[in-house]
Ligand binder design. Structure first.
Ligand code: SDX
Length: 431
């Protein structure tokens, strides 16, 4: 089939160039502008990269208008209901659902790497007890780059794979230790007889004084939430990991950069901000007042958990989480019911409001997730840490995909320069 091209002509000087149109398995066609500067001497401009493809990827597909999310072609709705987090992690890393043997081997590998170096425990002592756990995560995960000299060659696929396994395995251990540091309790070591989510809940809530068995309802909810948060194409934190990794930096340092980006309230930090917002709104009688604030351009308040750069329809993850809220709240402590009822009413009122309807602002993955985390006994400031544990799988999958691409180059965007033109230095005496 003949190559599809777009002809670009500069009417001011008649210069023109042919730009080829590329297509993937699904999604919009992409215009290859890599020859534009050479042929026409011009850059492109797309602040926030709203319509810019940064790479080829076969990991996750999103259709924002149709509310579609698929991991390696499998619809998120099917994975959420039929799979478990480590199976989804295998799928995202290797591209195919594992056989029973592959699944058991992968679980054993991850289980083998759950402990952290004993010396790493002292890093937590450097943080004040009330340090935000995401700040601790950025520091401690970044410090992993100073260990593991047995797998530092990022050009060796086996070294890359070991680093990916270590990162996935150690995130829950470091996350639980951050929580224990906040509450002044001793760290709990991983248990190899528990699966990934049960082990995490055990490290979070067990104490040396008594046995703790994770509630199966909580384990099931944790698996589902981790599956839903595992990957999401080229979002801000994943793009941060890719850009950091493009300079061939240490993978653990790249994941720390991803954690830092995820922390922002415009991104993964929104789940904590939603619960803080619901607690501030307090009661359904205050909904109209806060919706007015969200619509007021002179007010910095935004309806946290609403809106999305890609989804201009329901975020399929939000729909699933809202359904699970009912199940979890009925089976676990339902001290969150007032907040859940408030969230449901807030969504209902917002989606009847022209401001939100015209801008296609729907609940996103962060709007309901905190309701479930609280029902599991997880405090607000740990919600984004939950997101980071799950998204580590996506981050390392994209890092591995990028580093195994023979065409991989360092990422280096350009700019529109708006500063001063050339001028001469002025001696201090003449200023
Ligand atoms: C995540 O990219 C991903 O995939 C991210 C994520 C993932 O899995 O990795 O899905 C996870 O980060 C979800 C998003 C969590 N963030 C929030 O819930 C924070 C609240 N949402 C907004 O800050 C905002 O909607 C963003 C950041 C999510 C999207 O920002 P955009 O795409 O830059 O949209 P915008 O700011 O240009 O908004 C368009 C219009 C503006 O109004 P106008 O200037 O057109 O009049 O919608 C308004 C905005 O003011 N708007 C909101 C709003 N979100 C957008 N107004 C009030 N409340 C909001 N939440």
């Amino acid at each position: 089939m003949a190559e599809k091209t777009i002809t670009l002509t500069d009417n001011s000087n008649g210069k023109s160039t042919e730009l080829s149109l590329m297509g993937g398995t699904e999604g919009p066609e992409v215009m290859d502008i890599s020859s534009l500067y050479r042929d026409m001497g011009i850059f492109t401009y797309d602040p926030g990269f709203v319509a810019t493809a940064s790479c080829h990827s076969s990991i996750t597909y999103i259709d924002g208008d149709e509310g579609i999310l698929r991991y390696r072609g499998y619809p998120i709705e099917q994975l959420a209901r039929q799979s478990n987090f480590l199976e989804v992690a295998y799928l995202l890393l290797y591209g195919e659902l594992p056989t029973m043997n592959q699944c058991e081997e992968f679980q054993d590998i991850i289980r083998y790497h759950t402990m952290i170096k004993e010396t790493l425990k002292s890093f937590f002592d450097g943080f004040h007890y009330d340090a935000h756990p995401m700040g601790i995560m950025v520091g401690v995960v970044g410090s992993l780059s100073a260990f593991y000299h047995d797998s530092l060659d990022i050009h060796d696929p086996r070294h890359r794979e070991i680093s990916a396994h270590r990162m996935i395995a150690k995130m829950p251990t470091i996350a639980a230790a951050s929580f224990k540091h906040n509450i002044g309790e001793p760290f709990i070591y991983p248990r190899n007889d528990l699966d990934y989510c049960a082990n995490f809940l055990h490290m979070m809530f067990a104490t040396p004084c008594e046995d703790y068995e994770p509630d199966p309802v909580a384990v099931k909810a944790m698996n589902l939430l981790f599956i839903l948060h595992a990957d999401h194409e080229q979002n801000a934190s994943t793009s941060t990991v890719r850009l950091s990794g493009s300079s061939q930096a240490n993978p653990f340092a790249c994941i720390a950069a991803g954690i830092a980006s995820l922390w922002g309230p415009a991104h993964g930090g929104a789940n904590e901000a939603v619960l803080n917002m619901l607690q501030e709104i307090g009661d359904v009688s205050q909904i109209d007042k806060y919706l007015a604030k969200a619509k007021d351009k002179d007010d910095s308040f935004r309806l946290m958990g609403f809106g999305h750069r890609v989804y201009k329809n329901f975020d399929p993850r939000a729909t699933i989480i809202r359904e699970v809220c009912h199940e979890v709240l009925e089976n676990l402590a339902d001290n969150n019911n007032p907040l859940f009822e408030l969230a449901l009413r807030l969504e209902e009122v917002a989606l009847e409001d022209d401001y939100f309807v015209e801008r296609k602002l729907y609940p996103n993955v962060d709007f309901y997730s905190g309701i479930i985390y609280r029902a599991l006994g997880i405090p607000n400031n740990m919600f984004t840490v939950m997101f980071a544990i799950a998204r580590t799988v996506g981050w390392v999958a994209h890092w591995m995909e990028m580093m195994s691409d023979p065409q991989q180059r360092i990422g280096r965007p350009r700019q529109i320069y708006t500063g001063a033109s050339e001028r001469d230095y002025i001696p201090m005496a003449d200023r």
